[in-house]
Design a protein around this ligand. Structure first.
Ligand code: MSP
Length: 537
């Protein structure tokens, strides 16, 4: 692997799609490095977690289809007050709690076909050592200093609170007694970086996707910012990474967690240059400001590292009526149950096609069922099963040649070429909803074509009729092959099954995906129902 540093003149040119926003000319070989938020270890996986990891997985799979070497990291955020409290309530050591939660999140990923390359847990020695190394470096360079902190402290909630936390002018019940507390803490210098950060964002106006989120960050930066308190006294919180220069304190959880993006790829070792900067960091909108758009760039600058190339910020999944999902309201969607009942391909299809990255979406069971039926069982499932069924029945289970080319065939070929171009472009733009719509346009065009050719009426007639009929099945088989390839990032297992049924090799390189006659003479596989019909439960 070559280093990515611009000064590395010997770096080989990329022969694949450039990293996002990085011009092809002059770009050098490095893995397309994608990270996601690391999930908090104080709960179980929910729809938001599942969606983010599926989105990340689809981005990586689509880059791999373009021949780009990728490295995909996700993980678990294990330290902090909430984890400590959850473990205390459960009467177990925090590490034991985290071990169980890590298993739950990893098995959710496996069930959802999220194929990460690395899973970083913030209690792993490689991460702890990196955080401590960085803290020492920043302390020595004067970016971290100690100072007294005066504030209002809730004894029951065990945290500093602010006047704005008051409800109707009173402290909420669960704060218990609120006292004035003076505490010594360590601070990371951020204040004086504000103007640099504004300048960086103005010069890199596609740093945050979608771009309107970048404006929100600039609005936030219009006001002065404070230095960041990066320590917690052990008397209040013990579950954290001990500061290397003061054993009475642990590290603030966000400062610890953000470093995962570099500890996962060997910060401080040679290998690191094969990955950093991250090409894409996928996060939800709630953790953009200030964590990823303010703390993280300033931390990276202090460490002396390049900024990630892009933050992809997705919106929130809300319950049916647009409300926040909550256990007490009872409107929580359980992604694992959906994947178990309807299959993870169907679940992935729904969330990727339903959410426009950036905006919020409502999850409704009725809509899930409607789309499952209309798109998957009917449009895609019917095209596949009718085509394979007729190939079995009329063509000795073998894909015939495309013998004739009339305007109907030309039209379908154009539709296929458009679907390939549009799907690839949408995937590059993180627009999976658009990508799936483009692919399904081809599915529907093929269904209409099949209906209009009606090969079942032509077989057994005269020679010309037979040629038209067999051509129409070969045309549909070719469309199905193309659709399977285009669906691979969103529905990897279903795509493989479709290839097998149509007697095709897997096509997992979009640079080779062209309309052709590659299936001629191929024997179709065993017919199975990919998306069984579902009842009105
Ligand atoms: N641990 C922090 C992230 C640290 S990254 C250095 C965290 N964890 S989280 O478990 O609360 O959230 C993990 C990710 O899931 C975040 O990107 C968050 O935005 C996303 N989601 C959590 N709930 C969500 C929805 N309801 N909908 C979509 N995604 C949301 O934040």
């Amino acid at each position: 692997m070559q280093t990515l540093h611009p000064s590395n003149a010997s770096g080989r040119r990329k022969n694949y799609l450039p990293a996002i926003d990085c011009p092809l000319e002059g770009a050098q070989v490095k893995s397309f490095y994608l990270t996601t938020a690391i999930d908090y270890a104080n709960g179980s996986p929910h729809l938001g977690h599942a969606y983010e990891k599926i989105l990340a997985d689809a981005i990586v799979r689509s880059r791999r289809m373009e021949g780009v070497p990728c490295h995909f990291v996700t993980g678990l955020d294990e330290h902090g007050q909430k984890v400590q409290e959850t473990a205390e309530r459960a009467g177990i050591p925090p590490q034991q709690l985290c071990d169980g939660v890590a298993e739950d999140f990893q098995s959710m990923c496996h069930l959802m076909q999220v194929h990460y390359d690395d899973y970083l847990r913030t209690t792993q020695p490689r991460h702890v050592a990196t955080v401590r190394g960085i803290l020492s470096k920043l302390y020595e360079s004067g970016s971290i200093y100690k100072a007294p902190y005066n504030g209002l402290y809730s004894v029951r909630a065990e945290r500093f609170v602010q006047e704005k936390d008051k409800v109707d002018g009173r402290w909420p019940e669960d704060f218990g007694e609120v006292i004035e507390l003076r505490e010594e803490n360590y601070f990371f210098k951020m204040k004086e970086q504000r103007l640099w950060l504004i300048d960086f964002l103005q010069k890199n106006d596609s740093f945050i996707f979608p771009s309107y989120r970048q404006k929100q960050v600039l609005e936030f930066l219009a006001e002065p910012i404070n230095d960041l308190c990066i320590s917690r006294p052990k008397s209040r919180l013990s579950w954290g990474i001990e500061l290397p220069f003061d054993s009475n304190y642990v590290t603030y959880v966000w400062f610890d967690a953000l470093i995962n993006y570099i500890s996962a790829v060997g910060y401080g070792t040679e290998r690191f240059n094969d990955f950093w900067p991250a090409d894409v960091e996928v996060i939800g909108k709630d953790i953009l400001v200030p964590a990823h758009a303010v703390y993280w760039p300033i931390m990276l600058r202090a460490i002396g590292l390049e900024m990630p190339r892009k933050l992809v910020v997705h919106g929130w999944w809300l319950a049916k009526g647009g409300e926040k999902m909550s256990k007490s309201v009872g409107n929580v969607v359980h992604p694992i149950d959906y994947a178990k009942v309807y299959g993870s391909d169907a679940f992935r299809y729904f969330v990727l096609s339903e959410m426009n990255v950036g905006q919020d979406s409502n999850f409704s069971h009725e809509l899930f069922v409607a789309r499952y039926r209309a798109d998957l069982s009917n449009d895609l499932g019917n095209l596949l099963s009718r085509t394979v069924h007729m190939l079995d029945r009329y063509c000795e289970s073998t894909v015939p040649a495309i013998e004739i080319k009339e305007s109907q065939e030309e039209k379908l070929m154009d539709a296929a070429e458009k679907a390939i171009a549009d799907t690839r472009e949408c995937c590059r733009d993180f627009n999976f909803s658009g990508a799936l719509a483009a692919t399904f346009n081809l599915v529907r065009a093929a269904n209409r074509y099949l209906e209009s050719r009606s090969p079942w009426k032509l077989f057994g007639g005269n020679g010309e009729g037979n040629a038209t009929a067999s051509t129409s099945l070969a045309m549909c088989a070719e469309c199905i092959r193309i659709c399977a390839s285009l669906l691979t990032p969103a529905m990897p297992a279903a795509a493989e099954k479709i290839f097998a049924q149509i007697g095709s090799e897997k096509c997992d390189d979009w640079r080779q995906l062209l309309w052709g006659n590659s299936l001629e003479g191929k024997r179709v596989g065993e017919r199975t129902i990919l998306f069984p019909r579902i009842g009105d439960e």
